[in-house]
Design a protein around this ligand. Sequence first.
Ligand code: G4P
Length: 524
Amino acid sequence: MSQLKQEVERRRIFGIISHPDAGKTTLTEKLLLHGGAIREAGTVKARKNSKHAKSDWMEIEKQRGISVTSSVMQFIYQDKVVSIMDTPGHNDFGEDTYRVLTSVDSAVMVIDAAKGIETQTKKLFQVCRMRGIPIFTFMNKLDRQAKDPLELMEELEEVLGMPSVAITWPIGSGMQFEGVYDRMKNEVHLFRGDKSTLQLSEDGVNDPVLADHLSEENLTNLRDEIDLLDGAGNEIDVEAIQSGKLTPVFFGTALVDFGVTAFLNHYLEMSPAPEARKSNVGPINPTSEDFSGFVFKIQANMNPAHRDRIAFVRICSGVFERGMDVTLTRTGKKIKLSQSTQLMANDRETVDQAFAGDVIGIYDSGTYQIGDTITTSKQKIAFEALPTFPPELFMRVSPVNSLKSKHFHKGVEQLAQEGAIQVYRNEYNEIYLGAVGQLQFEVFEYRLNNEYGVDIRMEPVSYSVARWVKDKELKALKPFQDSRNMLVTDRWERPVFLFANEFTYERFAERHADDLTLVEALDV
Ligand code: G4P
């Protein structure tokens, strides 16, 4: 096998999604520890402590460095090179979070087993499902009183509409937590005592040996539940898991590092290595000799000492070598990739070589845009456009000092290009910003002031739903404006209607169903 093929096959890259406080940081830390990446695990912890820092861009830079962004952490476990893409929660949540999920091959969804599915998880889950990537579920905090596991499984199906299959199963929870049963390996990992593993006979959970280790109540429940799962639950269908149609479920506690190894081992067996990615010239195979990759995120000012931007590139094919020449497909321009970094939480290490399935950061002085493809191929490869995500928060924005208007427009244009925020204009040339997270506004305000020397005025407006209109010219849409909506254009001059809420949008859509096709997003 060629070295490239070997390297690609051992790569796994996943995004970790959860509602704040479900245990994403703790799980990440434990996974890194398993892979021996102890130093980075420490860094994760350090980040976490400053998580509740004031939501101010400068503070964020000072205290969290690159953690504002979705950083990449890599570890090696059982010869697999695993990259974890962090997806910020809390106030950090923004479009970036969604975009990161376009660069991964699978997702791990962490759920607090006492709470079940929460809003943020739901949103992120939908993005993963849209891409059809496999989603692995880790039910966390079993050391605390948890919801009934069958109920949690049902919730996955009802709230997320995703069939699930338990790979491991909890034996009690909280004070009564005694371990997990691995249905595929037919073994029980004991939580108490020496934390040993019991290999069961072919009787499975009916093996009498369990009576020596588990409480009567737990054992009865375990037997009943497994009986139910075997009889009425979904089958463990690896193909369905790999095509994102079935989520495998694991139980454990990240804090105590229990159930994490079982999860990691199964994850590595079931998760896909990098696969071909669609492009304008057909699918690009990861083992193709030509290097190619796309920019899914641009992060400015990561290092306060240098005014630099970093473009995050997911490598889709071939080998990256530091100093190599690539072509930026959009402009046809040749670029030397001499400054590249692998991004590990607060630390940046220079990478000399990376393979399809890795993510690297390249220094950017304003060259790249979100979605750009770079390649060594002679063909003009462009990977599929990244989706835009419907913003839910809007602000009207203007410069405090109208003499600064030129700088203001330049800043707005550049930050929109970078993908930091969405920008709309109405017929009076008023500028509206759209975001999916509050932090995007704060970052915008800070950067306009800091980088472009413009103080801005931001006024909240009462819109919360944006819908693009398919196949219609702006002019033709003017008659559809009324007091309950506003017609604007996005930065590609495509018409968009803003509505106060879902209800007004639905009423409008119904009324004009014959004339207008309204969509949540259009590819760029
Ligand atoms: P997040 O990144 O998803 O926001 O969650 P994070 O890992 O920061 O965990 C949130 C809180 O939940 C932390 O407590 C963490 O210790 C706790 N936690 C995570 N996993 C488990 C678990 O398996 N069992 C229990 N009992 N708790 C868990 P905290 O009090 O906010 O922080 P700390 O002071 O304990 O670090």
